[in-house]
Ligand binder design. Sequence first.
Ligand code: DC
Length: 233
Amino acid sequence: MFGRVGAIAIDGQAAAGKTVVGRELALRLGCPFLDTGIMYRAVTWLALNEGVSMEDETALGELASGSAMRPGDRADNGLLLGDRMLGPELRTAEVDQHVSLVARVSGVRREMVRQQRDIAARACQDSGGIVMVGRDIGTIVLPDAHLKVFMVASPEVRAQRRYDELKSQGQAASYQEILDNALSRDRIDSQRADSPLAQAADALLVDTSDLTIEQVVGKILEGLESSAERTPR
Ligand code: DC
């Protein structure tokens, strides 16, 4: 259905390693990569900038509908919002603290899912596939994805990875705050009414707690090979 590589959906908990693994996989497969989390972050960033309340679902839905987004060309996880390139401003602690609230809003989700499906269809047509990561890609956005992966890791490992990442960027970080934030986001993401974080029935479960990036990428490539054997195209 999707041509050469097809759509690969990677879902999982906050900081389970989806982005770093997804980007590496896309590089190996020679297809585009989209981290859908940055789209929810962009709506949150806009709401914070424009003073829109995180409780005002109508205004948040309108912000999302008025925001055309595309993955940036840069390898560093940027996003084109209209003609403006956003990057580090989407990963601040302030955005981290509010993004789960924005991602609960059905009007926001509807618009993000619509844009994500368009991006996937175009990428599959132009490049033969896409690697898309998020929370609902295998369940809602691309239920016919060629391969679905669900990544998990212990909360302590996830918090330590994020702590190391911030430290390596020279940013101030508290391990305990990061751990609390990851647990709180897991709770909101998996308990929300609209498309909660959940493993698709046909997803490959990968616990990354004790695996290197290379080992996780290897497991996914194996999964891709065996799914190609099952459904030769
Ligand atoms: O992966 P991340 O931390 O950048 O995601 C930010 C938030 O967006 C997080 O609360 C989960 C939410 N999200 C979502 O609900 N659906 C997606 N497809 C991607 C992210």
